[in-house]
Design a protein around this ligand. Sequence first.
Ligand SMILES: *Cc1c(COP(=O)(O)O)cnc(C)c1O
Length: 418
Amino acid sequence: MDAAFTEARELDRDDPLAGFRQRFLHHDDDLIYLDGNSLGRLPIETVERVTCLVRDEWGDRLVRGWSEWIHKPKQIASKIAGLIGANEGEVMVCDSTTINLFKLVVAALESRPQRQVVLTDDLNFPSDLYCIQGALRRYPGTRLEIIKSEDRVHLPTEVYRSRLSEDVALLTTSHTSFKSGFLHDMKAVTAAAHDVGALVLWDLGHSVGALPVDLGGSGADLAIGCTYKYLNGGPGSPAFLYVRRDLQEELTSPLWGWFGQKDPFAFSLNYSPADGIQRFTVGTPPMISTAGVEPGVDLVVEAGVQNLRLKSIQQTEFLIRLWRDHLQPLGVSLNSPEDPTVRGSHISFGHPEALRIDKALIEEKNVIPDFRAPDNIRYGVTPLYTSFTDVAEGVKRLRDVILEGAYKKYSTEKPSVT
Ligand SMILES: *Cc1c(COP(=O)(O)O)cnc(C)c1O
């Protein structure tokens, strides 16, 4: 693989984003981290920011800190808005992705009371399906319809079009599929749903920070997303939601609390929703983890999401080329789209021994991918800090595990977290 490493070094040398790698903490330079799409790396600035919040703001300012903290979720949200084609006042940082999904699914369903169907597909994140199933239990007669992807990689817009009808209240799916990396045509799918009068909710978990999203230009109604993947906000950092401006007064969140109340400090005994996006929030935001979101978002803004997308495509194309030369001959399949325009920033490789190979990569080769059942080894490329040399190393070490049979000594038992 010498030629691959020579090429990787040249690509790294010419990479205008290469400097961003040093803005993240690296304890181990040999570690090949390919799981930034599950948990982004720690920005060095975040250490300072969170320490300052705890020690100086909480420690010294005490409850007075709230007069500044209270504005943070909105301020960070307006930075995220710039990454997803939303306007100021259409995005809020709050709660978890799943809780935001629940709020918006119920709000959408209640705004279309004559319709019974929520439409999704089996490339969507399963937790989203659980959340919707739980929400629909409250509405007898409603149901979740799950479209099946024929090749388990792609889901063409025409399939959605053929399943949409006036029974559909809401179409919701992941913009980028967590497993195959398939990227929906947001504009076309949204238009197809609007043709039958349905609302559309996009889960941007595997998109935001990795590629430009244009909610406004696509006419999207609703969206949610997390901040701990490509936005590097830290484990369990708060999520965000998007509600298009003209829908904000029309929709009602099912979770009412004082942060979504018009004048919370009047302590009125009756709920009346705040104006705008604020009404989709519930209670006190977790300030330590909220503060930790901002430096990661700032880095993405500084790098430019268009630039990140260009590098991500260059890197996933490089990865696929190395797969064809070095892994395909060893029985590794490609479980992701070959066309970069319908692909996010991660690649899934298939192998019958994927689980044990994954274990050997982590235990012996200092590579962190992740395993996605039943047979996927997922390599996430995070253009902010993944180098081309990382990509080549990731392929070389995977090849070595297979050639050496290093995986054979591991059990087929699944660990509690993959
Ligand atoms: C990561 C991810 C989630 C996670 O939701 P949480 O509430 O943070 O656990 C949801 N949806 C998608 C598409 C994701 O990628």
